[in-house]
Design a protein around this ligand. Structure first.
Ligand code: F6R
Length: 247
């Protein structure tokens, strides 16, 4: 595991964008696993900026997103498909037919999940997976559980996740209670993983994830077993790790 500490959110975003852009420049046909949420917004902004300068070409890149809310249409402003188009895909030269987000409006979620796993395999797996982390240690929407869920599946969102995501909706009742998420297997099979973490409120869970026991109660703890993990965290998120390591 490699840990890169940055001064703040802006620097974290720049570092993560650096790693992703190096991947795309060296391997133009990369399959990138992407995330939504607040954490990667700055990363996408930076990548768009470099694209506009002519430094990166996304025309041969494929992207596979981690998750989507159930029963939100792709045109709903809080759907993850909308988020990805709005924050990233609409501003770069990616072929939209090669950008994949689980279908939150599927009639049959079991089949949608199977198809999504098959799609990941058909594309040769993920070359580089970008992850954020929830306050409860979730990655994708793999919530704390009794066992790691391997495959793409529908999940009941934890009350803390619903609460955390309330900020994007008018009120808590509008926050979807279920999502479809890539499982732990596809994430762990990614050749490289970048975990981006910002903010003091995630400092404790980041410490537990990286230095505590590997347990499905803290899904991100499984990342300790990935040989190609790079953590990019700002100083605030690193506070507990740095304090413990200096004891
Ligand atoms: C989003 C995702 C989630 C988020 C996590 C952190 O696609 O998979 O695991 O990365 O909830 O969200 P933010 O970045 O909003 O704190």
């Amino acid at each position: 595991m490699k840990i890169i500490t940055t001064k703040n959110y802006e620097q974290m975003s720049r570092q993560v964008a650096n790693i992703l852009s190096a991947q795309v420049i060296l391997h133009p046909k990369s399959v990138l696993g992407l995330a939504t949420g607040s954490t990667p917004v700055g990363v996408y902004k930076q990548l768009i900026h470099w694209y506009n300068k002519g430094d990166i070409d996304f025309s041969n890149v494929t992207t596979i997103n981690l998750d989507e809310y159930c029963n939100l249409s792709p045109t709903h402003p809080q759907s993850y498909r909308y988020f990805m188009n709005d924050n990233f895909f609409n501003h770069i030269n990616i072929d939209k037919s090669k950008t994949f987000v689980p279908n939150g409006m599927a009639d049959d979620f079991v089949r949608e999940a199977q198809n999504y796993d098959a799609l990941i395999q058909q594309n040769g797996g993920i070359d580089m997976q970008l992850l954020g982390m929830g306050h409860n240690g979730h990655i994708g929407f793999n919530e704390p559980n009794e066992a790691f869920e391997n495959t793409t599946h529908v999940v009941n969102l934890a009350p803390t996740t619903i609460q955390a995501n309330q900020r994007f909706f008018e009120n808590i009742d509008d926050v979807p209670k279920q999502a479809i998420t890539m499982g732990i297997k596809a994430i762990m099979q990614a050749k490289k993983i970048i975990l981006a973490v910002s903010g003091e409120e995630k400092a404790d869970i980041l410490y537990q994830s990286l230095y505590g026991p590997i347990t499905p109660c803290i899904p991100a703890s499984i990342l300790q077993l990935h040989a190609g993990l790079t953590v990019v965290a700002d100083e605030a998120a690193m506070r507990v790790i740095n304090r413990r390591n200096s004891l």
